[in-house]
Design a protein around this ligand. Structure first.
Ligand code: SF4
Length: 289
């Protein structure tokens, strides 16, 4: 037996928004009604496959949604999508996370008050696409201040963030944007829409990375909050973002004294346990690749 320690971050895995969304969907699926979700309920293939076995299908486009029950994911959607679903006459199950809902309301308030809204986030992410819909026709989403010019925005500017962005990067973005727009703007208003669950996971991952020889970040490759965890750990220590235990290369693990584990907000406990078991197998059976 080789002396090696595996430690889990003190905050990792399913957040309350994801637990809530799954409870709602699984409860509805129990009723035996076929459910069609707009996009995956969470960005995790294992979870989506389990829901599929309960009769929960996925459509990527609102126009492709079928069936009598349509569900919206924890990432939320724009008002236009609500209208499309309503036009289909289907029953709506809305699992939008309450924290995302608050960000949508903040975007809507700013737009109604005449602000041009800037969302710090990935323009193609479902949550950001939804937020843009609430933020009015002068809204833009960007992660790069250089792409935003004074001509694009009115004199009053509202700034908010995709909920899963990192606090440090949002602060840098706000500082740079404020510096750039102060010569033109009459008012700059910042709303902190960051999710504290995500922030706690990022902080715990960072602390663990500092005392580990290797970090595994477990979660969907398309999961924004999981990618952010990997970005937080990578500058500190060798870090691998994996979706499941099969992606582990035994060479990464060998010779390490302490391995840290963290996981995105949509990663189920089983995936975390399978990774831990695989690491232990590699250590205990040197032939395991
Ligand atoms: S990460 Fe935060 S915002 Fe996203 S679903 Fe979980 S609790 Fe909600």
């Amino acid at each position: 037996m080789v002396d090696m320690k595996i430690e889990k971050a003190r905050e990792l895995g399913f957040c309350f928004g994801v637990r809530r969304a799954l409870k709602i969907i699984e409860g509805a699926a129990d009723g035996g009604t076929g459910i069609n979700t707009l996009g995956p309920i969470v960005h995790n293939k294992t979870v989506v496959a389990r829901l599929k076995s309960l009769g929960v299908g996925v459509a990527d486009n609102p126009d492709d949604l079928k069936g009598q029950v349509i569900a919206i994911s924890s990432h939320g959607v724009s008002p236009a999508v609500y209208e499309k679903i309503q036009a289909k006459g289907a029953r709506l199950i809305d699992t939008t996370c309450p924290i995302v809902r608050s960000a949508q309301k903040a975007a809507q308030r700013l737009a109604k008050a005449g602000f041009g809204v800037i969302i710090f986030g990935e323009a193609s992410h479902p949550e950001v696409r939804g937020l843009l819909g609430w933020a009015g026709d002068k809204a833009i989403a960007s992660m790069d201040v250089d792409t935003i010019t004074a001509q694009m925005m009115p004199k009053r500017i509202g700034i908010l963030a995709q909920t899963t962005q990192s606090r440090g990067e949002f602060a840098t973005f706000v500082n740079r944007l404020t510096e750039k727009f102060l010569p033109y703007a009459q008012e700059i208003r910042v709303i902190n829409t960051l999710c504290q669950e995500t922030q706690k996971r990022q902080l715990a991952a960072e602390e663990l990375a500092e005392t580990s020889g290797l970090m595994f970040v477990i979660g969907g490759h398309n999961s924004a909050n999981t990618r952010r965890l990997a970005e937080v750990c990578s500058p500190i220590v060798e870090t691998h973002h994996i979706e499941n235990a099969d992606e582990i290369d035994a060479q990464w693990v060998r010779g390490k004294k302490k391995i840290g584990i963290t996981a995105g907000a949509s990663t189920p406990d089983e995936a975390i346990e399978q990774v831990i078991q695989r690491i232990e197998r590699i250590y205990n059976s040197p032939g395991d690749q």
